[in-house]
Write a protein that binds this ligand. Sequence first.
Ligand code: TYD
Ligand code: MG
Length: 429
Amino acid sequence: MPRSSATSGGKGSARRIAGARSLGEGGQIASPIRLGDVGGSAEPRWKTGLAEFDFVLGGGIVRGSMVLVGGEPGIGKSTILLQVAARLQKAGHRTLYVSGEESALQVKLRAERLDDDAGDVLILGETLLETVLATTSKLEPAVLIVDSIQTVFTGDLESAPGSVGQVRECAARLMRFAKETGITIFVVGHVTREGGIAGPKTLEHIVDTVLYFEGEGTLDHRILRAIKNRFGSIDEIGVFRMTANGLDPVANPSELFLGDRLNHASGSAVTALLEGSRPVLIEIQGLAAKSGFGTPQRVATGYDSRRLALLLAVLDKRAGLSFSQLDVFLNVVGGVRLQEPAGDLAVATALASSVYDRAIASSSVFLGEVGLGGEIRPVSQSERRLAEAAKMGMTTAYMSERAIPSRLPKGIHPTGVRTISDLFAKLFA
Ligand code: TYD
Ligand code: MG
């Protein structure tokens, strides 16, 4: 092929380029190089050794990156970052922890509870951003932790710390600082239950990586979720347990989530969710109980209530289960939020199981999206889900015929089901 065809010019376009050249006046001419000739290679990532934390980041910490750790107050953001600080410091990466939330003494008292020794971590109680940056420039740590972005402020703006303007400006400057110095920065951002004003939401597009800490206040485990990651995949989760000595990574989340399951109770069904790259088994509990006077209640925890209403309508219309006189409670166990449609079938089954008051075999797992016609649709990556189910001792999987993989993990037998009434006939006949 003649070269000119690639640059397909013609007189017209030459004239247009000549005309546009004036727009670049005053600019310097730089020299791009072939992508293949770009030198250097990615630096190895730093590992904290907190396996779940490294995993969620995409395999460790990237030098010069900025990571936002968001979550509700009290969820454990300061705790995990102090553990991270202790471990990085131990591994020879000098770490500066700037706290605007708590005094140095309070941080020290917290550190003393932890298994990790944070004694060598540098601590600075400061909220003026200019001072934080000047101090950091002087100390040249490898890692800077700012707890929290809502407490720091720049003297250049008149608005109060925590206001949208301050939070944004401080985050943008920290980001520039990270890129220019190669210092890795972690910032804490509080979110309120409602999603938070002036909180992490406004920061997500500024930083490289956003991790959210989630969990039910009353439960001791926490889920760390990557919702943005320039250096790894999103929707990865890491599971931790809050102990008296800090957060402990949970290597096998399925075990934790299924741990307290009652074997012979009705209204319970298990599904395998895909959280990022990793499948996790989750128990769904449904309770349908005769309602008192007035409109029956619909209460969903960890599940979208509109989705619940829709499934109830499908169960009514397609499987003949009427909920009009019943209060319905749905609970995704373990403080997990069930967002994947793949969990529909387990939700529908848990509810039906409660209505019939018939328990489901505890070694069964349910994988499928439920359509408006009551049809069971295939789930993605069924092989990985089945593998996790098999690993956890599940022996039967109910799912769409079309999702049954050709290579089956050992020990688990899929049963193809077309519709929910088809499934319920098998389960409750
Ligand atoms: P914290 O890290 O202060 O939360 P955040 O920074 O997100 O506001 O965590 C606070 C909670 O964690 C508090 O209720 C005490 C509890 N905690 C433990 O249970 N064990 C521990 O080792 C530590 C340090 C805290
Ligand atoms: Mg805190």
